[in-house]
Design a protein around this ligand. Structure first.
Ligand SMILES: [Fe+2]
Ligand SMILES: [Fe+2]
Length: 368
């Protein structure tokens, strides 16, 4: 409603940006950054992570007497990654109109399928599961179909950030077990350099995925703070690992990873949620909840500016703006290297809704 009040009537102290970006303009900026990031990502992926699930590991050297717990853990990882074609097709379909995002999802899918194949090789070469057993298990898994956990693109994007970090953490912790670094008595003596190398290689991919999606969420947080913060809240209140509802023996897997110190609710809170929050400039779950509540408490009519103030208070927008700018510098360097910058450079456009001076938020507080 503020937009239809003549400028002379708008109370002083309420911020009226010279020119707000329309949703269409914001979407174009986000898509453009995704495209630049996708190009940078693909080049980097080919140069630094071009491994092969069959030939990059010495499978004959994998130990053949792994404990039942280690095998249960690997089997669970294998099961989750088995749904890579579903994850990819669902996500590609969701973002099919976006060049950068849909092409990225294809590239991402090609990396995820390598994870499924590498974990399958672990099960097979460890001699802990027969080829027949694996074939039947795959058939059972694939008889079910994974579908998107949320109906909209922002919430699914946010979910992917948490999921990639959680997956990376699982693999890093299995790597610790296979490197003889577990502090659990029942996992001592489970050293296996080949398994450690597999877990490390896949964890590096997951870290790259995490970073891609994190940059995406930062873009949304910068241009659409309210919707993004609400999406983050939705995801953390109902987070579970992908396909946990489809994998037939999930409870046994969840209990085994928990006992192994590989993954559990505490790990999610400390090593997933808090890490993501730090990377997005959100202080804590409480700040997020309270910020959203405060924004909602402001009546919507004639109070858009006040509502804005409340939302900018919920996270460190200066930090997020710095990160979005850095992303554009990274894309700019890449485009310069290729020559794209001569023809069609990706440019950073400031969100005019962002409070210009840190004092603005305080001024608003003093007035209310
Ligand atoms: Fe993966
Ligand atoms: Fe991943």
């Amino acid at each position: 409603m503020t937009s239809i009040i003549p400028p002379s009537v708008v109370p002083l102290g309420r911020r009226q940006p010279a020119a707000l970006l329309s949703h269409r303009e914001k979407d174009k900026l986000i898509e453009r950054a995704f495209l630049g990031l996708y190009r940078w990502y693909t080049s980097r992926s080919q140069e630094t992570r071009n491994w092969n699930p069959d030939k990059s590991f010495d499978w004959r050297a994998l130990r053949t007497n792994a404990s039942a717990d280690v095998t249960t853990i690997v089997q669970g990882f294998f099961a989750v990654e088995q749904y890579a074609p579903d994850y990819t097709s669902e996500l590609v379909n969701l973002v099919r109109r976006s060049h950068g995002r849909s092409h990225f999802q294809l590239r991402w899918g090609s990396e995820e399928e390598k994870h499924a194949d590498a974990w399958e090789n672990v099960l097979l070469f460890s001699r802990q599961r027969s080829p027949q057993w694996i074939a039947e298990y795959k058939e059972r898994l694939r008889s079910q179909q994974w579908t998107l956990p949320f109906p909209d693109a922002i919430t699914n994007l946010v979910y992917t950030v948490f999921q990639e970090r959680a997956t990376q953490l699982n693999y890093l912790n299995l790597m610790a077990v296979a490197s003889g670094k577990s502090d659990k008595a029942h996992l001592r003596g489970q050293e296996d350099p080949v398994l450690a190398s597999v877990a490390r290689t896949i964890a590096v991919d997951e870290a790259a995925h995490y970073n891609f999606f994190l940059e995406g969420v930062r873009l949304y947080l910068y241009y659409y703070p309210q919707q993004t913060l609400e999406a983050i809240r939705t995801v953390i209140t109902q987070f579970s690992m992908p396909s946990s509802h489809l994998v037939p023996d999930w409870d046994k897997f969840a209990e085994t990873v928990y006992r192994a110190g590989v993954y559990g609710p505490r790990d999610f809170s400390r090593d997933v949620m808090q890490v993501v929050f730090r990377n997005l400039g959100i202080e804590s779950r409480r700040t997020l909840e309270e910020g959203i509540k405060a924004t909602r408490a402001v009546p919507n009519f004639d109070a858009n500016a006040t509502q804005q103030t409340a939302i900018w208070d919920t996270f460190d927008y200066g930090l997020v703006e710095g990160d979005v700018k850095r992303l554009h510098v990274k894309i700019g360097k890449y485009e310069q290297e290729v020559g794209l910058s001569d023809l069609d450079p990706t440019e950073f456009v400031e969100n005019p809704e962002l409070p210009k001076a840190f004092g603005l938020v305080n001024q608003e507080r003093e007035r209310s």
